[in-house]
Design a protein around this ligand. Structure first.
Ligand code: HEM
Length: 489
């Protein structure tokens, strides 16, 4: 450790001596603070506070001072430039510790580094590409279960799809038989973190009925996962973590080599949850947005239909329209609406002094809807991610100037976080969403039935109710056998 009492020369991220400028205080009630505003509409609260008070603003939850950070430069400082001065901190651990234990999502420092290194290989490009077949096959099954002219709930369908993909490619299909245990735990988690309930801001150990149910169902889930891990270990691990064909194999192999042993169950649970609901939500929002944007849906269909077969991971580079459809849905409806950090020492953020240990809330939701960085921010406009080339084609590229600044800062878009702790499953998720949408839209056209999407804040940004669309089989599919027309390549 170096001398932490004297800022190095030229370091602008530490507060100058005597700098006591505090971020604006948006006001709140005694004791409750801003809990009532968060409970009535947390996502709107973040958006309004950011728009009214700028990129760093204070708020208060039952006497705990928190700062909402929506200034892209400050976000870059926290996640990338100065990442080693910030930890995830007490708050996420208090909230999620019972679920995720000491797995990758909550681990800190050296323990985190060791785990991330051991797990990384499961997300190398070739390993993720090898899961492409499962992602496409499950999407074919989903399409086959839909009736021409019928109405489906996209959220239910996407949840089932994402679970099946994760089960097969990361944890081994054995988890499929435990679907009900996982579903019950997922429901208890959603209730526990439903921000419309003021009690969701209280610690897990308080014996409220919601917390008791949460505890019971988590215990059942962890027991199930423990059995699954034990079975896999008994079957004998692959010799080398890099040679395993699913994530559980990588974790078990690493444990046999002495790394990650204690955290094996924690990590299996971590991946089940970090990788299941988030992807399901991304898929729900992307499909609904496309249903609601028929012209762009037709462009995506034309792009995937021209492939002559269901998309493969290698095809995705040639699918700028499909990619833009997904990137724009993750902008407008980022499944992880916010996440947390704590500075380990006093820092200067956006020109304000921030004491050590304060809860910082980083909100993709608020930043992605900020008119300083995005034209027409509340509208789904995937074209903003596309650029025309001189020869009349389109490519994916986000180098358009932002409306007010001349250029959009890098961290005005961060659905997967950023820096060393960015989402380890990002490549997996972006591939999964595009392969699922490409495979589905080759077979069906979607039309919205739910008139307006309403989203609530729980641990993730979830739809308020079913997300209904009507399914129309494409002509070339409705007249053919369930497998559709034969591939033309
Ligand atoms: C659209 C889908 C997804 C979104 C929007 C998303 C978003 C995020 C975000 C914002 C973070 C950073 C949190 C922070 O810095 O505090 C994160 C971390 C993480 N994500 Fe994802 N994620 C998605 C899919 C997945 C998938 C498919 C997996 C695994 C298969 C996964 C596993 C993880 C893990 C383990 C971490 C913690 C990484 C670390 O701390 O080193 N995520 N994710």
């Amino acid at each position: 450790m170096g001398d932490t009492t004297r800022p190095p020369e030229g370091d602008t991220t530490r507060p100058p001596e005597g700098d006591t400028t505090r971020p604006p205080d948006p006001g709140g009630l005694p004791v409750l603070g801003n809990v009532h505003e968060l409970a009535s509409d947390a996502l709107g609260f973040y958006e309004r506070r950011s728009a009214e008070h700028g990129g760093v603003v204070r708020y208060d939850v039952f006497g705990t001072e928190s700062y909402l950070v929506t200034d892209p430069e400050a976000i870059g400082q926290i996640l990338v430039a100065d990442h080693d001065r910030f930890v995830k901190g007490e708050m996420p651990r208090e909230q999620l510790g019972g679920l995720l234990g000491d797995g990758l999502f909550l681990a800190e420092g050296e323990a985190w580094r060791e785990q991330r290194t051991a797990i990384r290989s499961a997300f190398f490009r070739e390993r993720v590409a090898a899961h492409g077949d499962a992602m496409v096959e499950r999407a074919r099954e989903t399409a086959a279960s839909w009736e021409d002219g019928g109405v489906v709930d996209l959220h239910a369908a996407a949840t089932e799809y994402a679970f099946a993909v994760l089960a097969e490619s990361l944890l081994g299909s054995d988890i499929e038989r435990e679907r009900e245990t996982v579903r019950a735990a997922a429901e208890a988690i959603t209730d526990r973190f439903d921000m419309r309930r003021p009690t969701s801001f209280l610690p897990e150990w308080l014996p409220t009925p919601t917390n008791r149910r949460y505890r019971r169902r988590l215990d059942a889930l962890r027991e199930t996962i423990r059995d699954l891990v034990a079975e896999r270990r008994a079957a004998g691990p692959p010799a080398d973590p890099g040679a395993a064909d699913d994530l559980l194999g990588t974790l078990v192999a690493a444990a046999e080599l002495g790394a990650l042993d204690d955290e094996l169950v924690d990590n299996a649970v971590t991946f089940l949850f970090a990788g299941h609901e988030t992807s399901a939500l991304g898929l729900t929002y992307a499909l609904y947005c496309l249903a609601d944007a028929p012209e762009f849906q037709a462009r995506v269909h034309a792009e995937v239909a021209s492939l002559g077969a269901d998309p493969t991971p290698a095809d995705l580079r040639e699918c700028p329209t499909l990619t833009a459809a997904v990137d724009e849905a993750l902008r407008l409806y980022p499944p992880v609406h916010s996440f947390f950090r704590e500075p380990t020492e006093p820092v200067s953020l956006g020109g304000y002094r921030v004491p050590a240990g304060v809860v910082l809330t980083l909100s993709p939701w608020a930043v992605h809807r900020d008119g300083r960085w995005w034209d027409d921010p509340e509208t789904y406009r995937p074209e903003r991610w596309l650029r025309e080339t001189e020869d009349g084609g389109v490519v994916h590229g986000d180098d358009r100037p932002g409306p007010a600044t001349g250029e959009r800062p890098e961290h005005a878009y961060f659905p997967f976080g950023g820096g060393p702790r960015h989402c380890v499953g990002m490549r997996f998720a972006r591939q999964e969403l595009r392969l699922a949408i490409g495979t589905l839209l080759r077979r069906v056209r979607l039309e919205p039935v739910t008139a307006e999407l309403s989203v609530q804040a729980s641990a993730n940004a979830r739809p308020d109710g079913p997300v209904r669309v009507r399914v129309h089989a494409r002509d070339e599919w409705s007249s053919c056998d369930p497998d559709g027309p034969s591939d033309t390549r």
